[in-house]
Design a protein around this ligand. Structure first.
Ligand SMILES: NC(=O)c1ccc[n+]([C@@H]2O[C@H](COP(=O)([O-])OP(=O)(O)OC[C@H]3O[C@@H](n4cnc5c(N)ncnc54)[C@H](OP(=O)(O)O)[C@@H]3O)[C@@H](O)[C@H]2O)c1
Length: 279
């Protein structure tokens, strides 16, 4: 099936590399489902894709710091679309916050863990029936090379908080989920990969953290699109990429015991009781 028959959801596509991926995949002719938390930015992105020649674009608003809004987004997308060929979990909050103060989500969870990881976990799990029905389908997690091990005794970082630690822990959680879910999906025709898109792209997140940008959003979009659409990666699943190359992630991401703990915690805090735990 050609890209112009495919439906693609990109979270956090109102800014940065997510917006660029949406524009580029839109230019290839896919049906583009944009997501963001700001309707004005979402509609402006949709208008830009439309003006570039692709009218098959729609915007869904949801604040991913609220699990109720994640559920609403998943429900809206699965009701509106019989198929979803590519899900790109890209939305994220960077390491820079208000003076290093710990922030929490609408549900009371540590904010970066909630937005960068838990929201993508819940969205993916709720959209899995649609993705499975659309196989071959792909899930891509936009993580980072910045990863730090999860302390399962203090996942919500109530002690020793820093924005950097919160960010890198959430990114490791995305990679760990990639490996765990890939096993679950083996043989289903749905692949799942994660990646570091590029180092210090020129985006709002990087500018807010006070770092000088080192790469462009197109560098990151090249790497994300490689995982999302490259025919060479058709059956590749359960892998982490540093830009365009398969790479090793933080060792904890491969730890089966840690994967199980993360899955159990994620099912519990998102209220997904019906997803049976594996033996
Ligand atoms: N920039 C880098 O160098 C770099 C390096 C490695 C990995 N990454 C990863 O790449 C991804 C994209 O980052 P970026 O640099 O493009 O950042 P960005 O320009 O700040 O864009 C982030 C996107 O996520 C959305 N978002 C943030 N919080 C949200 C929330 N609570 N609910 C809904 N949407 C929310 C933003 O919406 P608004 O438009 O409303 O702000 C925006 O669309 C992130 O996962 C990041 O961790 C980036």
């Amino acid at each position: 099936m050609g890209i112009n028959s495919k439906t693609v959801l990109i979270t956090g596509s109102t800014d940065g590399v997510g917006r660029r991926v949406a524009e580029r995949i839109g230019a290839m002719g896919a049906h583009v489902i944009l997501h963001g938390r700001d309707r004005t930015r979402g509609e402006a992105t949709a208008a830009a894709i439309c003006a570039a020649g692709n009218p098959n674009v729609e915007f869904h608003r949801a604040d991913l710091s609220s699990l109720a809004e994640v559920r609403q987004l998943a429900g809206d997308v699965s009701r509106a679309h019989r198929r979803l060929d590519i899900l790109i979990n890209n939305a994220g909050v960077g390491s820079g916050g208000p003076r290093g103060v710990r922030e929490t989500s609408a549900d009371g969870y540590e904010l970066r863990f909630a937005v960068n990881y838990l929201a993508g976990f819940l969205l993916t799990m709720l959209l899995l029936p649609t993705l499975r029905a659309s196989a071959p389908a792909r899930i891509v997690h936009v993580a980072s090379a910045g990863q730090s091990a999860i302390d399962f005794d203090d996942v919500m970082l109530e002690r020793g908080y820093s924005g950097g630690r919160a960010y890198t822990q959430s990114k490791l959680a995305q990679v760990m989920f990639t490996f765990d879910l890939a096993r679950e999906l083996a043989g289903s025709g749905v692949t799942v990969t994660s990646l570091h898109p590029a180092t210090y792209m020129n985006t709002t997140m990087v500018r807010q953290s006070g770092v000088s940008p080192m790469s462009t959003v197109d560098d990151g979009a090249d790497a994300i699109l490689n995982l999302a659409v490259s025919p060479d990666l058709e059956n590749v699943s359960g892998q982490y990429f540093n830009r365009l190359q398969a790479a090793r992630a933080d060792p904890q991401a491969y730890d089966a015991h840690a994967q199980r703990r993360l899955r159990e915690l994620s099912l519990r805090v998102t209220g997904l009781a019906s997803f049976a735990a594996k033996p």
